[in-house]
Design a protein around this ligand. Structure first.
Ligand code: NAD
Length: 499
């Protein structure tokens, strides 16, 4: 059985805790490896190692750090297939989708090549008589990234790219469900020239996370995962005085107006609802057609598309649309929620509860499901299912539809399908959700913009990647400077003003 340890001081090391978690092949249900779960002492040793490495890394000029990122981009491209294969084998997503996972992270590293520009401060010449004022952005020191299972390449890259390019050292605590790719990323960074200790990957569970939160050396925590854990980490980080940005779960609504191209809308819903088995924080999980006629026509177009979806192991190549979900527990939870939807009165118009794949009977597969006539009080509406289940909530008017999205506790992403610019503009302006698509079902911002949800989808005030990430991983120092020739008076006892 393969044993997966940690990556400390530039090399892989075995865990010493004696505690491990199983890493499954979700397509077969077999345990394919065991990952070490770090103790508090192991985490503290990794932090001490990172703290020793950080000052020299921060002292390198920013162009040299950017060149490590440049080389890293080359290596990610070189090893794209290898990374994607490993990613698919532990996560279960299709090979093409796994490459997308690496690619969307790689694009953030490309953005980080511009770190010297992003780290420039501001300067005011002669802010007062003989006085100059300037600000600089300095790294925080040792920071932490805690990441979820569903994007095991992209989200670690979102965290580590800006943090390292800004001159920090990072402790990355990836998901224990699919830990191999983050370790491969650390190896590639070492090959790209990152000094040992600047990125330490510590595998673990709650014990390691709590050790991060309690560690006085760690200055900031970037977290992505479910809302209860995001809230817990935000709360604990505030208690210990750490900077935190914590991104949580989602329930993304797509509104379909009567004037929308319904073929386009149906295609968009199928891709956004079922891609990656619905295990995306930007998946569309609620379709809101406006008007019964729109709803009837939409369901008519959706049913054959959903029924035609092909589910299978990533090794089937391009023949499948999505793979298994990540664990047996996830599979059971999704099926439990589907049953609750039926029990609470929703109409299950595509029912695959008996889905089974020949040769993969023990895999964690869930067939695609489509609900109609879902209402606000149902568990399938209130809860993030994180599976291949699309719920349709019929709205009578545009106001009712936008109200649904606005009243939901989550606010990660949303979309509207319409040909009417006025409606689209009103929607984009009024909606209380962080990422909005207009005839775009999954509006994930590109690397040079920022990614972040509102309401219970995001705690903290700065987004991920883009310029916000450099603000998050640096702090501003402002210097007011005067040389002796500028000192023309004696002591001053009132606040200096520039009147
Ligand atoms: P999760 O919350 O279970 O785990 C995330 C991280 O927290 C992992 O590293 C895990 O080890 C750690 N963790 C788990 N339980 C913990 C506990 N009790 N105490 C301390 N740490 C703990 O999330 P997941 O299942 O890996 O990922 C899926 C979730 O992530 C979904 O809710 C999804 O919407 C969300 N997500 C959000 C975004 C976003 O940007 N908003 C992006 C991707 C995923």
């Amino acid at each position: 059985m393969e044993q997966i340890g940690h990556f400390i001081d530039g090399k892989r090391v075995a865990g010493t805790s004696g505690r491990t978690a199983d890493v499954f092949n979700p397509a077969t249900g077999e345990v394919q490896a065991q990952v070490a779960l770090a103790t508090k002492a192991e985490l503290e040793a990794a932090v001490a190692n990172a703290a020793a490495a950080q000052p020299a890394w921060a002292a390198q000029n920013p162009q040299k750090r950017a060149r490590v990122m440049m080389k890293f981009v080359d290596l990610l491209n070189r090893d794209m297939d290898k990374l994607a294969e490993k990613l698919s084998s532990e996560h279960g997503k299709t090979f093409v989708d796994a490459k997308g996972d690496v690619q969307r992270g790689l694009e953030v590293i490309e953005f980080c090549v511009g770190a010297p520009h992003l780290l420039k401060g501001e300067f005011t010449d002669s802010a007062g008589p003989g006085i100059d004022m300037y600000s600089m952005r300095q790294p925080l020191g040792v920071v932490a990234g805690i990441t979820p299972f569903n994007f095991p390449a992209m989200i670690p890259l979102w965290k580590l790219g800006p943090a390292l390019a800004a001159g920090n050292a990072m402790i990355l605590k990836p998901s224990e469900r699919d830990p191999s790719v983050p370790l491969m990323l650390a190896e590639l960074l070492t090959e790209a020239g990152l000094p040992d200790g600047v990125l330490n990957v510590v595998n673990g569970d709650k014990e390691a996370v709590d050790a991060i939160l309690d560690n006085p050396v760690i200055q900031a925590v970037g977290f992505v995962g479910s809302t209860p854990i995001a809230h817990y980490i935000y709360h604990r980080a505030a208690e210990t005085g750490k900077r935190a940005q914590c991104f949580g779960g989602a329930k993304n609504h797509m509104i379909i107006m009567p004037d929308a191209d319904l073929d386009q809308a149906a295609d968009a819903l199928v891709g956004a609802g079922y891609g990656a088995a619905g295990e995306r924080c930007m998946a569309i999980s609620v379709a809101v057609p406006v008007g019964d006629e729109t709803a009837d026509r939409l369901i008519e177009k959706l049913v054959p598309r959903v029924e035609a979806l092909k589910v299978g192991p990533w090794t089937s190549g391009d023949d499948i649309d999505f793979g298994p979900v990540v664990t047996k527990a996830a599979q059971e939870n999704i099926l439990r929620l589907i049953n609750s939807g039926v029990d609470q009165g929703a109409k299950l118009v595509v029912d695959n509860r008996d889905f089974s794949l020949q040769g993969y009977e023990n895999g964690f597969f869930v067939g695609p499901h489509l609900f109609d006539h879902v209402t606000k009080d149902m568990d399938i509406y209130k809860t993030e299912i994180f599976g291949p289940v699309l719920s349709t909530v019929r709205a009578k008017t545009y106001e009712e539809a936008i109200g649904l999205a606005m009243d939901h506790e989550y606010g990660n992403g949303t979309a509207i399908f319409t040909r009417d610019g006025d409606t689209a503009r009103d929607f984009a302006n009024r909606i209380n959700i962080g990422m909005v698509g207009i005839n775009v079902p999954i509006p994930v911002p590109l690397a040079y913009h920022t990614f972040g949800g509102w309401k219970k989808s995001g705690f903290g005030d700065l987004n991920q990647h883009g310029p916000d990430a450099f603000k998050f991983y640096t702090r501003t120092k402002t210097v007011t400077s005067r040389w002796p020739s500028g000192i023309r008076q004696g002591a001053e006892f009132s606040i200096p003003t520039m009147k």
